[in-house]
Ligand binder design. Structure first.
Ligand code: NOJ
Ligand code: CA
Length: 682
């Protein structure tokens, strides 16, 4: 290993012999060092962590149809700067943030007149870099991005496969050496114990980046070490004609990000992706508020209701049902109610996709329901399922959003379940533009967005805080009509998908094996060839409660049918929960094994712990609580005989007083969990 380190230094100094200027940038604590180099006119970078190779020499650059954008470069100038700032956000896991980094700005010019500035930022928890191009001519058709990630070492990784149309795929735990392609956040632990996650930040007007493995022999080439030989190249979601991005002649890409941490929890606690996004673009944010919600939703996924009137008693969004859900929310102090199937067009979902976003379904008295919700102080959460028909949705967008705003609506859940218009993919530049357009148009009308089948989260919520949450992974719905999410799923999500931003997972099913719908005459199979009664949630009840804390979302849903919550003692946790967090911290965890998270909202603290298929006992110090204060802790734990497979309903609620000096023993059953509310004792 020493030999290789020495060789990198020698190799980089040979490459950089021509450039007198310093092309390196160190993290403020000096543990992470990123360096650029020019090798025969081509550009590349390396990353060294704690004095050891982390990313070995890896290519940089874009390619286009008309201009040479990847070679013949000469260094023109270098600037170094340092940045230290504290900033606040309207909502989030945390409302206080620190952005401390060093920056390297290196400008190159090539023989084709192309000017490229590489901006590299080194933080104590990783690096980010982006391309800033000035290209002769009016516009550029980017045909490829050459960014490489040549990893110095093998290790274990957690990812979903690369796919330009869906993120709703099973997570895989694979040796890095066995990964052929992956979507980001691509999380890994090296054999020497460092954690990393490759992702992107501030994805605007550009396609998403996925990772494709390419062959490199491990060891050395003639000039440089190639590390482990485990090398990935950026692969961008294309337009139907194969072009990757259509950009103006002066443009910059999203940030390419590598989070780096000594422990798994450190990845979760990183603010790096938000720090690489621009400050809030919305002047008045007072209307943007986190909320808990229930909704007319789960019945459709279970197949006992439908999104439209496809048979007697089947339509979920009837006026009577809506009133029932509003009453339940009002009685339990829950802020919002979602109604799916409220509008016209569902009968053609999956075919013509002609949804109408201002025309309520005939058996849904929209005016009555919205007035009733307002009279009870409940937020009406509107639903816009587009089925992927972007042409139709964009044609209606202004009218639909004006109509919603005129009805006092501040929250819309959008959906893109279907093929995208014109053969576009879900994650290409066309759709990145679309998702952004919806968020910006919604912001003008003081509307918050929760997008399903979205583009990946890249921290845009800092700039556009009305983009509350999104789906973008397998959520609860998969448990209603498939083999369901595996017990380890919720122990992988926080270290992968959630590194990008909050997810609308919709936790909280109490009827875990759907016992209460057995014999329901309205039950139908509607998706994936499985009847709900052949499905289940692969967790215990306590884990469902803990998910409300672990799977952070500023719009947090209790998704079960309200009749399953009525009179249930464990629902008290959701009544006490507050989606408007001020502070959060992952306290412990290992990817795919378990995680413990603490959050604070006002003076109340919450703790959530979940485990995979293995039962586990965790000794959890409460040193995150302020010293010298006593808290009344209410603990929702797995029962002593709980197990997700055979006894998922067994739980216990206990109470005790605690201080920051205490350590709690958390006994988690197989696929179990524990949730705790800490209220200050006055
Ligand atoms: C998929 C979404 O994820 C789900 O929440 C929604 O109910 C259906 N599409 C219908 O819009
Ligand atoms: Ca979905």
């Amino acid at each position: 290993m020493k030999k290789i380190v020495l060789f990198v230094v020698v190799c980089l100094s040979a490459i950089c012999a021509s450039c007198k200027q310093d092309l390196t940038v160190n993290s403020p604590d000096g543990t992470i060092k990123a360096a650029l180099y020019v090798d025969g006119g081509r550009l590349g970078y390396t990353v060294i962590v704690d004095g050891k190779d982390f990313v070995t020499p890896s290519a940089l650059g874009l390619q286009s149809k008309r201009n040479v954008m990847d070679k013949d470069f000469k260094l023109m100038g270098v600037k170094h700067s340092s940045h230290s700032e504290e900033w606040t956000s309207q909502w989030g896991e945390n409302k206080q943030h620190k952005d401390v980094h060093n920056e390297l700005e290196a400008t190159f010019k090539n023989t084709d007149g192309v000017v490229l500035t590489l901006r590299v930022r080194a933080f104590d928890d990783g690096i980010g870099f982006r391309y800033e191009y000035k290209v002769p001519g009016d516009s550029v058709k980017v045909t490829d991005e050459l960014t490489e990630f040549r990893l110095a070492e093998n290790g274990t990784s957690w990812s979903i496969p690369a796919n330009f149309n869906t993120y709703e795929l099973e997570y895989r735990t694979l040796p890095l050496a066995d990964v052929a392609d992956a979507n980001t956040p691509f999380t890994f632990k090296t054999d020497s114990g460092l954690y990393g996650s490759i992702h992107e930040a501030a994805l605007y007007d550009y396609p998403e980046m996925t990772l494709q493995r390419f062959p490199v022999e491990p060891g050395m080439t003639s000039s440089c070490p190639t590390g482990s030989g485990i090398s990935f190249r950026a692969d961008l979601a294309p337009w139907p004609d194969g072009v990757k991005a259509r950009v103006p002649s002066e443009f910059h890409t999203p940030w390419r990000v590598i989070l780096i941490s000594r422990d798994a929890a450190g990845l979760v606690n990183s603010d790096l992706i938000l720090n690489l996004n621009e400050p809030c673009a919305i002047e008045d944010v007072s209307w943007i508020k986190p909320q808990r919600y229930v909704g007319v939703w789960w019945g459709m996924h279970l197949g006992i209701e439908a999104w439209y009137d496809d048979g007697p008693g089947r339509h979920g969004a009837t006026t009577a049902n809506a009133i029932k859900y509003i009453d339940f929310a009002a009685k339990n102090g829950i802020e919002g109610v979602l109604f799916e199937g409220w509008n016209d067009g569902w009968a053609s979902w999956g075919s013509r996709e002609d949804f109408d976003f201002t025309k309520p379904a005939p058996d849904f008295d929209f005016e009555k329901v919205i007035d009733y919700a307002a009279s009870k102080g409940i937020n009406y959460i509107l639903h816009h399922e587009t089925g992927g028909n972007i042409v139709s949705y964009e044609a209606q967008l202004d009218k639909a959003l004006d109509w919603a705003a005129a009805h006092g609506i501040h929250s819309i859940k959008t959906g893109y379940a279907g093929g995208i218009s014109g053969g576009q993919s879900h994650h290409g530049q066309y759709m990145v533009r679309h998702y952004q357009k919806v968020v910006e148009e919604a912001a003008k009308r003081q509307i918050m967005i929760d997008a399903h089948e979205p583009i990946k989260a890249t921290g845009i919520r800092r700039t556009w805080p009305n983009f509350m949450c999104r789906e973008g992974a397998r959520g609860m719905e998969w448990n209603a009509w498939s083999e369901g999410n595996r017990p380890e799923h919720q122990t992988i999500l926080p270290f992968t998908r959630l590194l990008g931003g909050p997810m609308d997972y919709t936790p909280g099913v109490f009827d875990i094996q759907y016992r209460n719908i057995i014999g329901n005459k309205n039950l139908r199979m509607w998706n994936n060839n499985r009847l709900a009664t052949e499905c289940r949630c692969n967790t215990t009840l306590a884990k469902q409660i803990a998910d409300w804390v672990v799977l952070y979302s500023p719009m947090q849903m209790a998704c079960d049918l309200v009749e399953n919550y009525e009179g249930h003692p464990a629902f008290q946790f959701f009544r006490d929960y507050n989606a408007d967090c001020d502070w959060s911290r992952a306290l412990a965890g290992e990817v795919g094994d378990y995680i413990v998270v603490a959050r604070r909202a006002g003076e109340v603290y919450f703790l959530g712990a979940v485990t995979d298929e293995n039962a586990r006992t965790l000794e959890q110090p409460l040193d995150f609580l302020p010293a010298g204060k006593t808290y009344a802790a209410t603990i929702y734990a797995d029962g002593a005989d709980a197990s997700w497979e055979t006894n998922p309903y067994s739980y216990q609620i206990t109470s005790r007083e605690v201080t920051s000096a205490d350590t709690l023993t958390l006994n988690l059953a197989t696929s179990g969990g524990c949730a705790i509310v800490f209220k200050p004792v006055k």
